[in-house]
Design a protein around this ligand. Structure first.
Ligand code: ADP
Ligand code: TZD
Ligand code: MG
Length: 588
């Protein structure tokens, strides 16, 4: 063959290989992440775009996923977390590297603390540069930082591993005690190209992501022996019970056993707060005087005074039965005499099956005592809720909102603040499961707008967000997000000019205002008007009630600035006892 012929031959060979390449279908990391999520039924992503995940969001939208872009990752993360609580599927939050990741991490840690399933997916910088600490764009060893703050953390280096990584992330988030999972996707992974067929074969559809966990029959017997012999039995329903979506079984347990129950904040509405066996309005008496307490998806943490102290009456007066999926939760604070480990649906059903409807009636003195206490408390509260004064106090304003929720029981109530939270929790009755979303186990401020967005997106139901003026400020910029997506969210800002109260003064008499005080008489309603939403400024419960009803009828994004007496609140709301105060007076 001549030299020329050889050259021509080589060129033809090149062309042939190129043709073969174009004939072989290719995929890349971007597509595989989207395919893996879609294959596993993830339909919505909450996030903030930027390097290296801008295209991931864009392509997810192009592939038919709902991609909700926020103004700050913490709010996107909170949205994903509460989506997980509402749906029992992990909510997905997508962020950029280092700072975006850290913003999302607060929400991931909060989700884990609250046992909400969530996956934080963050883009990250190049491993080689990060590991040698050579100062890459947004350099950070994100995997190491995430690890102690969530249930599981994974990094993917090869496109062919994306399917397995997503499957593991989903399983880790929802199985056993639900929680947060971190998935680290280096920029290079996203643009890594592999054969489409290899990619498709690498995807995993997770079968039975949260398998039922059946309790041992001996554990059920031990629990029932205790419960059926109790003189003053009580059931405490926690947000784990709401999450479990075992609503019918839980109702059957309460109604067949005739045992009164107290709901924790986010378990309100699992049975209507007006149910004859609800001891919510007699909570203190119920906790103190009960002799056997069945905890269902509620931890004996600070929210239940660790199961001891004055809240629970005389030492030794109480025996606890606990249903929880996490075995290590047992004996965490006090002795659990009858641990029942398993998923709530299976455990409650096992209790019902073992009794076969033959429950002894709890002693009537106990039922009557709680009923009397409940009626007395409700009667005492009634006139305060009906007061139509200006400026409003918390009770008057919440009395109006209580009626709104009674008339619109399928609306979702989001609630944060201090007085605004504690008083709303007690005053606003809930009627349906998973309709009350709030600050949860950490008592964290800033969940408001993220929760409101996800509640509207995931359920399509109207949302009423009742926000302290300080609490609202943590996520307030998301009113633009609410307007952009035209969500049926009505925000009521309880504006008392500050944190707890708007009346503190600077002890030095100097020009700066006190540390807990905000600009007086602010008009939060004007914020939403900037983005095309509807604003109201109201000063009486009647005006508040009219504005909320109008907003909820319209379905339009609305913000109501509710003017509350700046002197009406108390420091730290209901948890002032946890607030250390200095007793040392410094000599001047
Ligand atoms: P609350 O704040 O309402 O008291 P917690 O968050 O303290 O509730 O407790 C929720 C508990 O529910 C956690 O201990 C968690 O392990 C448990 N849990 C969550 N989901 C399930 C489930 N499906 N089955 C059993 N336990 C569950
Ligand atoms: N930061 C975070 C993330 N969480 C917190 N819980 C706090 C700070 C401390 N904090 C509370 O616990 S309540 C609260 C803060 C700042 C705000 C209370 O003021 P508000 O409510 O206006 O929201 P009220 O109605 O005025 O009491
Ligand atoms: Mg306030």
């Amino acid at each position: 063959m001549s030299a020329l012929a050889q050259i021509i031959d080589l060129k033809t060979a090149d062309v042939n290989t190129a043709e073969a390449d174009t004939q072989q279908e290719l995929t890349d990391g971007f597509h595989l992440v989207i395919d893996a999520l879609k294959l596993n039924g993830v339909t919505t992503i909450y996030g903030v775009p930027g390097i290296p995940i801008t295209d991931l969001g864009r392509m997810a939208q192009a592939e038919g996923m709902r991609v909700i872009s926020f103004r700050h990752e913490q709010n996107a993360g909170n949205a994903a977390a509460i989506a997980g609580f509402l749906t029992k599927k992990p909510g997905v939050c997508l962020t950029v590297s280092a700072p975006g990741f850290l913003n999302g991490l607060t929400a991931l840690a909060n989700a884990t603390t609250n046992c909400f399933p969530m996956i934080l997916i963050s883009g990250s910088s190049e491993r080689e540069i990060v590991d040698l600490q050579q100062g890459d764009y947004e350099e950070m060893d994100q995997l190491a930082i995430a690890k102690p703050l969530c249930k599981a953390a994974f990094r993917v280096l090869h496109a062919a591993d994306i399917g397995i990584a997503v499957a593991r992330a989903i399983r880790a988030a929802v199985s056993g005690r639900p929680g947060g999972v971190y998935l680290d996707l280096p920029a290079k992974l996203l643009s890594q190209v592999i054969a489409a067929e290899t990619g498709a074969r690498s995807l995993v559809k997770v079968i039975d992501a949260a398998p039922a966990q059946l309790p041992a029959p001996s554990a059920i017997k031990r629990a029932l022996d205790l419960l059926t012999k109790a003189k003053r039995p009580l059931i405490v329903l926690g947000k784990g019970a709401a999450y479990a979506q075992a609503d019918d079984a839980i109702r059957a347990l309460v109604e067949q056993s005739g045992i009164p129950y107290v709901p924790m904040s986010m378990a309100k509405g699992l049975l209507p707060d007006t149910h004859p066996l609800s001891a919510g309005a007699a909570r203190s008496t119920a906790l103190k005087d009960s002799d056997v307490v069945l905890l269902i998806g509620a931890r004996l943490n600070w929210l239940l005074s660790h199961g001891k102290g004055k809240t629970w009456g005389e030492p030794g007066s109480k025996k606890f039965i606990q249903i929880d999926i996490e075995p290590r939760e047992m004996d965490s604070n006090v002795e659990i005499v009858a641990p029942v480990v398993g998923d709530i649906g299976s455990c409650v059903q096992a209790l019902l099956d073992a009794m076969g409807g033959r429950w002894p009636t709890p002693p009537s003195e106990w039922i009557d005592a709680l009923k009397a206490r409940r009626e007395a408390n409700i009667a005492k509260m009634a006139p305060r809720l009906a007061k139509n004064s200006s400026p409003m106090d918390f009770h008057g304003a919440l009395g109006a909102l209580r009626t709104v929720i009674r008339e619109r029981p399928d609306a979702i109530l989001v609630n944060e603040g201090a007085n605004t939270l504690d008083l709303a929790r007690g005053i606003i009755d809930m009627y349906q499961p998973r309709k009350r979303l709030d600050v949860g186990t950490w008592g964290v401020m800033g969940i408001g707008m993220g929760f409101a967005v996800a509640a509207a997106v995931e359920t399509g139901k109207p949302v009423l967000a009742v926000e302290g003026d300080s609490a609202f400020g943590f996520s307030g910029m998301e009113v633009e997000t609410i307007c952009r997506y035209k969500l049926p969210v009505c925000i009521v800002v309880f504006n008392n000019n500050g944190i707890y109260r708007g009346t503190d003064v600077n002890p030095t008499g100097g020009e700066d205002v006190a540390t807990t005080v905000f600009v007086a008489d602010s008009r939060y309603d004007k914020m939403i008007e900037a983005f095309g939403g509807v604003g109201y400024n109201v000063t009486t419960p009647d005006e508040l009630s009219r504005a909320v009803n109008e907003a909820m009828d319209s379905g339009k994004p609305t913000l109501i600035n509710a003017v509350i007496d700046p002197a009406a609140g108390t420091e730290s709301g209901n948890i002032g006892s946890l607030n250390p105060q200095s007793v040392v007076k410094k000599k001047k």
